[in-house]
Design a protein around this ligand. Structure first.
Ligand code: HEM
Length: 241
């Protein structure tokens, strides 16, 4: 194995995974008040809404596709009655739609951030690095799906990229599998590890703080310390615009 292969396909993934886990623990312990999306909705909400919806809908669909295409072995889907041809057709169609939705959201978010002066002023260097990595992953991912898999006749990443990726978690990664994959897959994967390493230090930490509690919790009542506040409020004459 060449040193560069060892570095890219073994050292980088394990270092990124370690930084991801330790970084989250560190951030949680030292910066709970900063553990937010650093939302800019209060500065601009009209353009944010459709962009954020498209980005997240596309992202969830893309991640679902990754679970099926990268984590589930081809032998399992075949045993479940899904032929290679059927898998290919569904994965290219769904992957293209999901990727385009995410890309549209990403472009709208980026345009809003760059053209709205107040939003741009809140953008940090970490945000810029996050957008850059997401951009690289979107472009290379789309090229892999549409270019390699649709227009160029198909590349079977389930026999190369996917088993190498799973091998990392069984401590037996076969680097020759990923090293032989087309360049676009290799760039995609390197950008993914860099994004995972950056994650705990970025606004992406909000991903782990979905407020499920909101669905079941009782209403919060706000009461004034002055016992007569409510009566005063009701007695105040109403003004109309
Ligand atoms: C190390 C982790 C990852 C691996 C091994 C991986 C692998 C792949 C592969 C093999 C494809 C091409 C599928 C095809 O040719 O049809 C792909 C596509 C794509 N990936 Fe990733 N990926 C990873 C992480 C991510 C992450 C974290 C994101 C986004 C935040 C992402 C976004 C995309 C997009 C947008 C596409 C194109 C649309 C699609 O096919 O779903 N990837 N990825």
């Amino acid at each position: 194995m060449r040193p560069v292969e060892l570095l890219l396909w073994i050292v980088l993934p394990y270092v990124a995974m370690t930084v991801f886990v330790v970084g989250h623990v560190w951030r949680y312990r030292h910066d709970q008040f900063g553990w937010t999306t650093r939302s800019t909705q209060i500065l601009e909400s009209r353009r944010l809404r459709p962009a954020i919806l498209l980005f997240h809908l596309g992202l969830f669909a893309v991640l679902g596709g990754h679970v099926l295409g990268v984590l589930v072995p081809a032998s399992l889907t075949e045993r479940a009655g899904v032929s290679e041809h059927m898998y290919h057709v569904v994965s290219v169609t769904a992957g293209t739609l999901a990727g385009l939705t995410m890309l549209a959201g990403f472009v709208l978010l980026l345009a809003r951030r760059e053209t709205d002066a107040r939003v741009r002023a809140t953008t940090t260097p970490t945000d810029r690095a996050t957008y850059l990595l997401l951009g690289v992953m979107l472009v290379t991912g789309m090229y892999a799906t549409v270019g390699e898999n649709l227009l160029l006749g198909g590349y079977d990443y389930r026999e190369t990229v996917a088993p190498w990726f799973r091998g990392l978690f069984t401590l037996d990664p076969d680097t020759s599998l990923i090293a032989g994959a087309p360049l676009v897959y290799r760039i995609h994967v390197v950008a993914a590890w860099l994004l995972y390493a950056l994650w705990p230090f970025s606004r992406l930490v909000h991903a782990w703080s979905i407020p499920f509690g909101y669905l079941g919790r009782s209403n919060i009542l706000y009461r004034s310390r002055r016992p007569t506040a409510l009566a005063d409020e009701r007695a105040r004459p109403r003004t109309t615009a």
